[in-house]
Design a binder for this molecule. Sequence first.
Ligand SMILES: *Cc1c(COP(=O)(O)O)cnc(C)c1O
Length: 357
Amino acid sequence: MEQHIKITKTSHSKLADIDFDNIPLGKTFTDHMFICEYEDGVWLNPRIEPLELIPTHPAAMALHYGQAIFEGMKATVGENNTPLLFRPEENAKRLNHSAARMGMPAVPEDLFVEAVKQIVGVEKGWIPPQEGSALYLRPFMYADEPFIGMRAATSYKFIVICSPAGPFFTKKIRLYAETEYIRAADGGTGEAKAAGNYAAAILPTEKAKAKGYDQVLWLDANEHKYIQEVGTMNIFFKIDGKFITPNTSGSILKGITRDSAITLLKDKGFEVEERPITIDEVIQYSKEGKLEEAFGTGTAVAIAMVEAIGYNDEVVTLPEANPVSLDMKNTLDEIKAQKREDTHGWIVPVAVEEKVK
Ligand SMILES: *Cc1c(COP(=O)(O)O)cnc(C)c1O
């Protein structure tokens, strides 16, 4: 189904002021946003317009009860400067999976994909040209009904904003295996990309940073021993030649990069086990010299190599060389730049209509 999205362009673009070699991370936004409202059971008035402040009622329910979810995806440029998306329909499905858990309405998948394509078409000039950099897209939905009381809201906004990002330095990360705080428990909201999950992670992450780590490695809520994931990434370990990543049992966010990495590792001939793995097991393998590599997967950085993992008084240090992780990063970057064959049909080119003025 073709969605009619009304487009109103800004008369003063900020694009000319951007230094693409020096983009402050997460602070620069493009000229426009996609926005639509949900009222009485339907999404209304989908449109792209100049990015501006949104008037908010002080009783808007998202501010009080936290019905707020988001997605993260990237647009890159491929051959002939064509803007490309990576598996956008997976983000559409996941947004709706999050929405269902949070008692929020679904966004029709075709509306989601069309919204993302059209905003990328409008903001094409904002996609940074360097390989490894991208236009980060942030689709999100929140309850804006003014109401005090506990129930699902009846009105929502679905918005997509864009922020140019990178190129990311491939700095290795240090993880702190958290034994006091938890991210997600069975039956909770860990599998939803819900704003509140991140609110709960801020304090533990700040504490981990104060100890000299970059991010928290989350352990399970019951026994504090099964590895779940990292801040905003899923985690993979290369042990004795094969890869192990925790199975997504309901309290782990189902990363699209995780899924892509499993496929690519298998393409390259590696065995990949999705199974519960404990922090003690990882430490034991490290002592036996079998822990060869570890990396996190997520849209923001694609593949983040792990340098060390702290757990209680121990620090596990990963070997300096991580050839498979590096190869995975390059493979993903090259697929996203159309420099490598997209054998799985992940790339979705965005047709840009050049309107004659
Ligand atoms: C977004 C996210 C990921 C990674 O998902 P991708 O689809 O690969 O970007 C992993 N864990 C958490 C908690 C996340 O929020």
